[in-house]
Design a protein around this ligand. Sequence first.
Ligand code: ARG
Length: 563
Amino acid sequence: MKNKIIDLIAGQVTDITPEEIAALIEIPPKPELGDFAFPCFRLAKTMHKAPQAIAAEIKDGIGRVDFLDEIKCEGAYLNFFVNKEQFIASQVQSMLKDNYGSSAEGEGKTICIDYSSPNVAKNFHVGHLRTTIIGNALYKIYSKLGYHVERINHIGDWGTQFGKLIVAYKAWGSEEAVKKDGVAELMRLYVKFHEEAEKDENLINEGRAWFAKMEQGDPEALSIWQWFKDISLAEFMKTYKLLGIEFDHITGESFYRNMTDDVIARIEKAGLLTESDGAKIVNLDEYDMAPCLIVKNDGSSIYATRDLAAVFYRKENYNFTKCLYVTGQEQKLHFAQVFKVVELLGNDWAKDGLVHIPYGLVSLSGEKLSTRSGNIIYAEDILLEAISKIKEIIEEKNPGLPDKDEVARKVGVGAVLFNDLYNQRIKDVSFKWDKLLNFNGETGPYVQYTYARCASILRGLEGFTPSADIDYSVLTDDASVDLVKELSRFGKVVQDAAERYEPFMVARFAVAVAQVFNKFYDANRINVEDEKVKTARATLVYIVKTVIKDAMSLLGIECPEQM
Ligand code: ARG
């Protein structure tokens, strides 16, 4: 409709391009002012006439058009009143097409997303839950826009800490204990190492020596490390399974360990490497940043070195247009340094191509969450707790529901994800069971419940199939028009969410659709005698159901058919 209006205006005035017209067109704040408005101030300057006069001229020039009920001049504005029936028809027809809301903007382009990336021998905590959820949503959103996405899990599986862990395991650990308690035991050993190292400085050197052995490929060191890694990955996988999340590459820091020498040589050749207290760094004073540490004074590589190697590996192998890094905001400086070094090595693409996507903290204030030991909160436990709380609600309210466990998983996990994705990334996420599990608030369960309601309505209509060949005059009441207008935002919402790396825009949209739908449903009975009315309204219900399902799936949330 907007394009048609742009064409009409462009047909009347010459000294403005269709793109300029498009940028000027507004959606009026009140329905009395029409569906679209065009301000004439900009034309007044070049045409040397009063904007009111220009508005009147354009209106007269356009005359009567079938898809518009009316054009009104309001001061300097032209207000367009779209014919409701035609508007609804054109919208509904496009919504019934496959993959509504998608676009081809990303065709032929690749985006790498580096997310989740928990650390071996440490628990998968709530912070990692955030990067996992946000990264997965960005993957879905970019895919919807036609991009090819490489999902990369940059596990923290290399570094001096593993040398220390080997020392601790040999001194105070046992195979049985590690087998029995997994990551929790590895964490205990790591804490123990640091306690003991306070008394015995030599332990630090021993730890370094074991990491040096790892870097040199010593079989014993590597086999212990590999075992710790396998145990940790098996635990992480349980969390991924609950979330229904997969990766294309689980390539941790160790994957790049043989590529760091090459990176160091490149930096040296470019004349960027300088010595500082026995370590090697890239000085970034000129850019108001602390130096980027490349080689430690004990000769070992470091987090940043491996990240540099990873950038080049990904650029060469995936030829990305963008590589996104989803981590907490405390890593802001790290990524700024790494990106700067890539750029200084003569890679202009680093400027727009490498993007850090930070997010805020999780605050659990006042909430009781189950902890396994030492007050450490595992993401898996949060998810399991949400699932079990939902299971209780189901047992109480709908004990006869089929597939109760699967429904509880979808709704419990959905509630946690939705709560995380409902606000801007950078905002802290607060965790309140009552709020996030509420079936009536702005929550995952509320949207899922609305979806199940749509599904149930449609199940009750025998022989109904959605159709574009319906009587659109049935759908011109306010509640139906509001619903169609809301649904029509989907494509733009997905685009905006991708452009700003903000899944919350999709989450807000899902809630808005559910709310407007519930109003529509209060105002309109679906299962009525009149077949024409029934089919038209049910087609709208079908679209709502599809759009909610798709929007929720962009957030990584599944919608059960029955709740
Ligand atoms: N393992 C890191 C952590 O837990 C996150 C890694 C992020 N990705 C990267 N390429 N540095 O903080």
